[in-house]
Design a protein around this ligand. Structure first.
Ligand code: COA
Length: 570
């Protein structure tokens, strides 16, 4: 079928649905919901048999839903309505939640139900629930709804005909509903309220007497202080005491600024706050804030790096490289790079780079420092002669993060993850992280060029098919991690490990003799220097709009296939 995805943005759910539908043979094109007239034009050009709206912020115009079946993905259980579905579910401590696929009609979220799916709730950020449980449930419900539509005989259920539904209409959640009282609220309440607002809109609060929105909070098990006081800092996070403990604040957004690591957003004030570093990289087995954590099981080392949104600043890359250097000296045979729960890595930290331009610094200089720190990290991983290295992708991975992963000997991805191994969307960025060495040797020159040119997201299955990854493992994050551990232990115990390591060293030496890594790096950086310092400001403009979430005014041609000049409706 020809299916039009009408969406506010090409977010991870839209990417996943588009890829899954294409894999099932459907012809998919995408249009951003910019204005009624633009959506109408897209429908006229593409003549879709079905319209799916994975992520909308406003209603579909009657001119479209009255003539075409439009399936809306609502992140709530059957009967739930309103724009803050997940926020309320988290704040109300629901134990089970779901996704409903319903047909657009004049009343928002009240049309007939084509499919639904439920999942057990987890104590996690809203953004994490959205990227995991909601995306999984939405994918299965949409695929079921599409099949039902295709059958031609399915009658969707009207809400009125259902005997009893738990869901109900709920209003937009306001900041008053999210209010934190540091002199009364328990740690659990504060964490839950901020989770319900992550990554948008955050909770309006204040730090050091200055207003800001809070994101990315973590409970602390041992440190204590006067409720409401900022009592400690560690790397990028600040610790604030509650009545029964304390909460780490990872990210904040100050008025008129962008979302930033808390210690950077309040750099001057943070100086006066006592530092409480962790000693070394070993994983701490009690709740606290630890962005880099190392653990071992048998002959396998596991390096976790939980960087918010998968973004890796210069300092984070440098610290992760230090941790990697240290981990490589442990007597382990296999080293697994686990990344974080929601993202493995999304490459250089565009918000921290943008922040450099807000002060006295230079975004170009910070971009340059960041890409060099990423490259140093990738180089450290490529040059690991004594261990077999594995990148275990439990969460989505984009841009330079994909090539950092590819710097490992093996890449294992969880079936639900989406990979975006390309850079051009960020203002025609050329990219580095040794991709010109790492990508063609895996997929061939032609496929490498196509990946970079087409800029399409890859499902984990597709990434395996084209040889970008080495395994696609099913399951939720916990079972994925358990399977990664089992497979890594088997690799470490395999009698052929020594031969594999010898072959790896020989291959590296041979590759280095043919063309040294320094030459790949220099070539890539020649392009990047132009991107950062050259006369064409595209990268700086694209980054500016990306971090500020500027509203888009058109759909990129590589997504809106119906806008291709050669497009002919069958
Ligand atoms: N730097 C800073 N923030 C980043 C980031 C980066 N490299 N990549 C993603 N983010 C942030 C987004 O701004 C968003 O922030 P929010 O918490 O305010 O919503 C959050 O991470 C999630 O990103 P989103 O785009 O909603 O996630 P997604 O899973 O739908 O899409 C990508 C994933 C990778 C396609 C998309 O995030 C992207 O294009 N990122 C930029 C990658 C890049 O160009 N890196 C630089 C070159 S190496």
């Amino acid at each position: 079928m020809r299916i039009l995805l009408l969406t506010h943005a090409f977010n991870s759910l839209t990417q996943r649905l588009g890829a899954e539908l294409q894999q099932r043979g459907h012809e998919v094109s995408i249009e951003f919901d910019i204005a009624d007239s633009v959506a109408e034009e897209a429908v006229m050009l593409f003549r879709p048999e079905l319209i799916v709206a994975p992520y909308l912020r406003r209603a579909i115009p009657e001119s479209i839903w009255s003539r075409h079946v439009c399936l809306i993905v609502h992140p709530g259980i059957v009967g739930d309505r309103g724009p803050s579905a997940l926020d309320w579910a988290i704040q109300d401590s629901e134990t089970e939640w779901g996704v409903t696929v319903l047909q657009a009609e004049c009343e928002m979220d009240a049309g007939p139900v084509w499919a639904s799916a439920t999942f057990p709730m987890r104590s996690a950020k809203k953004s994490s629930l959205y990227r995991n449980e909601v995306t999984q449930a939405a994918t299965s419900a949409v695929l079921q709804a599409v099949q039902r539509f295709e059958s031609g005989s399915f009658q969707p259920t009207t809400l009125a005909s259902l005997p009893e539904v738990r869901g109900r209409l709920r209003p937009l959640m306001k900041q008053d509903d999210r209010h934190l009282d540091w002199t009364r609220d328990h740690t659990e309440t504060i964490v839950r309220k901020v989770h319900a607002a992550d990554g948008f809109p955050g909770v309006a609060d204040s730090l050091f007497g200055e207003p800001c929105h809070l994101f990315d909070v973590w409970p602390e098990a041992t440190l204590r202080g006067t409720p409401g006081a900022v009592i400690a800092r560690r790397e990028t996070a600040l610790l604030r005491a509650t009545v029964d403990g304390a909460v780490w604040i990872g990210h904040v957004k100050r008025p008129g600024s962008i979302k930033l690591p808390a210690s950077l957003a309040f750099a001057a004030q943070a100086q006066a706050v006592p530092l409480v570093p962790l000693s070394g990289w070993w994983r701490v087995d009690m709740p606290t804030w630890q962005d880099i954590a190392y653990a071992e099981a048998g002959a396998v080392g596991f390096l976790h790096f939980e960087f918010y949104n998968g973004a890796m600043s210069t300092a984070q890359c440098q610290r992760l490289r230090e941790a990697l250097v240290w981990a490589k000296q442990r007597p382990m045979r296999v080293l697994v790079l686990m990344g974080g729960a929601d993202f493995w890595s999304n490459g250089i930290h565009l918000n921290v780079i943008e922040a450099a331009s807000l002060g006295d610094g230079s975004a170009a200089d910070e971009s340059w420092a960041n890409i060099n720190a990423m490259n140093d990290l990738a180089l450290e991983l490529i040059n690991s002669p004594d261990q077999l290295t594995v990148a275990a992708l439990g969460g989505n991975t984009g841009a330079g993060g994909c090539f950092l992963a590819r710097a490992a000997d093996e890449v294992w991805a969880r079936e639900a993850v989406i990979l975006n191994p390309h850079y051009k969307n960020m203002g025609n960025l050329y990219g580095s992280e040794y991709w010109t060495y790492l990508l063609p040797r895996r997929v061939g020159l032609e496929a490498a060029q196509a990946i970079m040119r087409d800029r399409q997201p890859l499902t984990a299955q597709r990434a395996l098919q084209i040889g970008f990854t080495d395994a696609c493992l099913s399951g939720e994050l916990e079972s994925f991690r358990a399977e990664v551990a089992t497979r890594a232990a088997a690799l470490a115990a395999a009698p052929e490990l020594a031969d594999k390591l010898t072959a790896k060293r020989e291959m590296r030496a041979c590759d280095e003799a043919t063309k040294p890594l320094s030459a790949y790096r220099e070539e890539e950086l020649t392009h990047m220097r132009r991107n950062f310092y050259g006369f064409d400001p595209s990268y700086h403009l694209a980054r500016h709009h990306f971090v500020r979430k500027s509203l888009v005014s058109w759909t990129p041609r590589h997504l809106a296939r119906h806008r291709d000049l050669g497009w002919i409706t069958p």
